[in-house]
Design a protein around this ligand. Structure first.
Ligand code: NAI
Ligand code: CS2
Length: 487
C-alpha cells in the first residue's frame, strides 16, 4: 500500500493530513483486532489531522494475528477503514500507527523493552473479555487461569496481557522511569477497575512491593467504547479493495456511528482525543452500564435467539418484526429501568438509535460472532439488571429468554440438529453439562449453578430458575422464532 499511497488510491479516499515522521510510539496498544483499528486508532488519526502532535501507536498482538502484523509492516503501517452507512461508504486511510510487534515475530523481550521505553505514556488494550483472566461473576483475578498460573511461575517470559504489563512496569520501576497509564477499551463492566484489580492481585502474588508501587503510581481509567465493527470477511476486503483502488489485507469495515467516553485520569499525559469527538468525564460508569446493558445486552439476546431462529446477521433479525420489537423491549423494559443516568439522558432516544444501527443492512455482523464467549459476556450484560428486577419484584422475561437462548445455544446443536461451532473459554464444561441433561429444563439450574458465571444469589434464586426454565422449555417445544414472537 505504501507504493500506491501517493499515486493510485481513488480520489475520494481520505488520507492522513499530518507529518507522520514526527510521531512517536507514546501509546502501546495490546490487541490490534478489528475494533481498535476502527476506533482508537481512527480517532487518534482524526485528532492528529486536527492538532498535529506526536502521539503515535505501537500495535502489539499477543495472541494470533501475526499475519496481520506482517501485512501492516509491508504497507508502512497504513491501512483503511470503511465506514458503511445504509446508503454510502466513506474510506479513510489511517496514519496514526508508527510500528508493530508480535512476540512470535520479535520475541517476548523485545515487546517488554518496547513497553519499557521512556516515551511510552499509555498502554491501552482491546484483548477481549477473557484477556483479563478475571472471574466473570466477581471481576477478580482467576488464579487458576492457565495463563496466570504460567506467568506467575515464569514472570520474565509472560504470556498474558497482565503478565506483560506487570513485567514492563517492573522494568520501568527498576530503571527509575515514570509509569504509564493502563487504559482498557474492552466491553467489560468498569473495565478500568477490573484491569486494576486483576493487575494488582497478580503483582501482589509476585512481589507485594511492586504491587504497592503500581497501586500508588499507575492509573486505570475506565472507558466506554462503542462502534459496531464486525470481523473482516473476504467479501468486505474485496469490496474495500475495489473502492480503494488497491488491496489492503488490514482494511476493516464498520458502521458510521462511534462513541468514546473516557475517565480523565492519566498519569503521564494523554492525547486530546476530544478534538476528534471523544468525551473526557469524571465518571464513566453510568455510560458503560447504559451501553453494556442496552446495546450489548440486546445484542446477546439477538445473537442467541437470532442464531437459533436461523438469522445469520443482526440486520437479518431486524427484518423480523417480532425480533425488532423484542429487542426494543429488552432495552426499554428489561435494561433501561435498572440504570441510574445523569439528568437529561434520553434512554428512549438511545434505544431508537440502537435499533437503527442494528438495522444497517451494509454491516454483515454475524449472530455467531456476537454469540462467542457468552460465559464472559452474560454476567455483565444481564447480571446487574436481573438483580435489579429481583429486588423490585418486576418482570424480567426478556432477560430470562436471552439466558435460556444462551443455554440452548451452548448445547452445541441447533434447531435442525446441526452442530453449532460454540467458541467460549468454558465451551467444554458447558457442553458436558448440557450433554448430561439432554434437552431437559433440568439443565437450567445446573448451568445457573456455575459460580464463575452466576453469583449464588442469582443462580439459586427460585424466580430466576423458574423464569429461565419456562423460556428454555418454550425454546425446546416451539423454537426461537415462536418464543420471541410470544414475548
Ligand atoms: P478481534 O477478534 O478482531 O481481536 C481480538 C484481539 O484480542 C486480538 O488482537 C487478539 O490478539 C487479542 N486477544 C485475544 N485473546 C487475548 C488474550 N487472552 N490476551 C490478550 N489478547 C488477546 O476482536 P475485536 O472485534 O477487535 O474485539 C476485541 C474487543 O474489543 C471485544 O472483545 C470487545 O471487548 C471490544 N469491543 C469490540 C467492538 C466490536 O464491535 N468489534 C466494539 C466495542 C468494543
Ligand atoms: C458485540 C459488541 O461482539 C459483541 O459481543 O455485542 O462487540 C458490539 O458490537 C460493540 O460493543 C458495539 O460497540
Amino acid at each position: 500500500m505504501k507504493t500506491v499511497y501517493n499515486s493510485m488510491l481513488n480520489d475520494f479516499v481520505q488520507l492522513p493530513d499530518y507529518d507522520r515522521s514526527v510521531l512517536k510510539s507514546r501509546i502501546v496498544h495490546l490487541g490490534f483486532g478489528a475494533f481498535h483499528r476502527a476506533h482508537q486508532a481512527l480517532i487518534t488519526n482524526e485528532m492528529l489531522n486536527r492538532t498535529g502532535c506526536d502521539w503515535g501507536i505501537c500495535e502489539i498482538n499477543l495472541f494470533g494475528g501475526e499475519d496481520l502484523i506482517q501485512s501492516l509492516r509491508a504497507q508502512d503501517h497504513l491501512y483503511t477503514v470503511a465506514e458503511k452507512g445504509a446508503d454510502s461508504t466513506t474510506l479513510k486511510v489511517i496514519g496514526s500507527v508508527t510500528e508493530s510487534m508480535h512476540p512470535s515475530l520479535d520475541g517476548i523481550h523485545a515487546v517488554l523493552e518496547k513497553m519499557a521505553e521512556p516515551q511510552v505514556a499509555i498502554v491501552s488494550m482491546t484483548i477481549t473479555e477473557k484477556g483479563y483472566c478475571a472471574d466473570p461473576a466477581t471481576g477478580t483475578l482467576d488464579k487458576n487461569n492457565p495463563l496466570v498460573v504460567a506467568d506467575l511461575a515464569n514472570p520474565t517470559e509472560p504470556k498474558s496481557a497482565l503478565g506483560y504489563i506487570v513485567q514492563a512496569l517492573l522494568l520501568r520501576r527498576e530503571r527509575g522511569l515514570s509509569p504509564f497509564t493502563v487504559m482498557s477499551c474492552d466491553n467489560v463492566q468498569e473495565n478500568g477497575h477490573v484491569a486494576k484489580a486483576a493487575i494488582l492481585e497478580f503483582a501482589q502474588l509476585l512481589d507485594p512491593e511492586l504491587a504497592a508501587w503500581i497501586e500508588t503510581h499507575v492509573t486505570f481509567p475506565c472507558t466506554m467504547v462503542d462502534r459496531i465493527v464486525p470481523a473482516a470477511t473476504e467479501e468486505t476486503l474485496a469490496e474495500i479493495s475495489e473502492l480503494l483502488g488497491c488491496e489492503d489485507p488490514c482494511a476493516i469495515a464498520c458502521e458510521p456511528f462511534r462513541q468514546w467516553v473516557i475517565e480523565d485520569n492519566f498519569v503521564a499525559g494523554r492525547p486530546n482525543w476530544n478534538m476528534a469527538g471523544a468525551q473526557f468525564v469524571a465518571d464513566v460508569v453510568p455510560y458503560e452500564e447504559m451501553k453494556l446493558r442496552m446495546l450489548n445486552g440486546s445484542h446477546s439476546f439477538l445473537a442467541y435467539l437470532g442464531y437459533l431462529g436461523g438469522y445469520a446477521h443482526i440486520s437479518d433479525t431486524m427484518t423480523d418484526e417480532a425480533y425488532r420489537s423484542a429487542a426494543f423491549n429488552m432495552m426499554m423494559q428489561a435494561q433501561a429501568p435498572s440504570l441510574t443516568m445523569p439528568e437529561g439522558t434520553d434512554l428512549e432516544g438511545y434505544a431508537t438509535l440502537l435499533i437503527d444501527r442494528f438495522t444497517n443492512p451494509s454491516l454483515k455482523h454475524k449472530t455467531w460472532q456476537i454469540a462467542m464467549d457468552g460465559s464472559q459476556k452474560i454476567p455483565q450484560r444481564m447480571g446487574g439488571s436481573l438483580q435489579f428486577h429481583l429486588s423490585e419484584g418486576t418482570s424480567f422475561s426478556w432477560l430470562a429468554t436471552a439466558i435460556a437462548g444462551w443455554m440452548r445455544y451452548v448445547s452445541g446443536v441447533d434447531e435442525q440438529g446441526n452442530e453449532i461451532d460454540v467458541r467460549d473459554p468454558m465451551a467444554e464444561t458447558l457442553r458436558a453439562i448440557c450433554d448430561q441433561h439432554g434437552q431437559s429444563p433440568s439443565v437450567v439450574p445446573a448451568l445457573l449453578n456455575i459460580e464463575a458465571i452466576f453469583p449464588a444469589e442469582l443462580g439459586e434464586n427460585p424466580y430466576v430458575v423458574d423464569a429461565v426454565s419456562t423460556a428454555y422449555q418454550s425454546l425446546i417445544d416451539h423454537g426461537a422464532r415462536a418464543t420471541v414472537a410470544a414475548l
